[in-house]
Design a protein around this ligand. Sequence first.
Ligand SMILES: NC(=O)c1ccc[n+]([C@@H]2O[C@H](COP(=O)([O-])OP(=O)(O)OC[C@H]3O[C@@H](n4cnc5c(N)ncnc54)[C@H](OP(=O)(O)O)[C@@H]3O)[C@@H](O)[C@H]2O)c1
Length: 282
Amino acid sequence: MSSIVNEIKQKVVGTSTPQGQHLAALLTSKGSALERDLGFFIASYPAIPGSDVAGIVISAGSSVPTDAPKPGTRVPAFAPCFFVQGAPDYGALQTRVLVPAVKTVELPEGMAFNEASLLPMAVVTAWSGWYPIGLPRDTSYTAPGKQGMLVWGGASSISSAAIQVAKMMGFKVYTTASEKHHEYLKELGASKTFYYKDERVVENIIKAAKVDGVTIDNGFDAVGQLPSSVEILKALKGEKTAKLASATHIPEDTPKVEGVEAKFVAAPLDERERTEFFSFRF
Ligand SMILES: NC(=O)c1ccc[n+]([C@@H]2O[C@H](COP(=O)([O-])OP(=O)(O)OC[C@H]3O[C@@H](n4cnc5c(N)ncnc54)[C@H](OP(=O)(O)O)[C@@H]3O)[C@@H](O)[C@H]2O)c1
């Protein structure tokens, strides 16, 4: 944290309590999580960062749909600081936060605020991974034949969501992580787990999928291991071009590999499309 503060030469100033807006809900925050906002761009100061929050709805704007969580409801929410470039009312790291109603959902009883605040960015990013690689998001979709999904960096927060969603969509999930996480990742839905520091990890994944008779046309790389993920997809893909969603920035000079296309994980840029997309995810 001190390096971040030093870097941006932060000066603390007071801000007023956000006022309700027509499509947004005002939350009183009961917990928030620190996450790495890749490429987060602050347009001007004062600014408040943070995307992950859980709290209680205090009030809803005039056009909030009737099926949105009502005042008094406990919710996790995805605060839109990234999309509004740090505008103070919308950052999660404060007591009262304005969030679009489509980015909230009622919290099940028994789940604590601090647990719930870990979910929004992780779950949203998993779905944002399927968007640029064109996977149908209908959760009743069943991958045809014996289809696998490679998830590189299975123990990251975004991958623990991606593994569950991929399994739910019908994929056999092959993932990499430290050995201490293997059992847990299998509980989440991974079929096979591999230790990423093993020098034969790529070879082992390819061999295992071949033995299982599985083709892997899709992948999710959470930690920037593009060359390994691309090599695996190239070896295991079917007839189509394989697609890899990369949660980390893909440098422009990354060599292109025939038959494998890598895309940066991102929600739709068009605001209307994005609103619909978030409404589906929440
Ligand atoms: N594009 C987007 O919209 C978006 C959104 C959110 C986050 N991100 C980015 O996604 C990345 C992951 O974020 P996160 O918060 O989920 O991370 P995280 O939870 O902090 O992930 C840490 C885990 O990554 C694993 N790991 C590290 N190096 C690895 C390697 N070479 N191979 C396999 N696993 C490795 C480690 O697993 P072990 O414990 O098993 O060693 C570690 O536990 C970050 O770079 C973040 O900036 C992008």
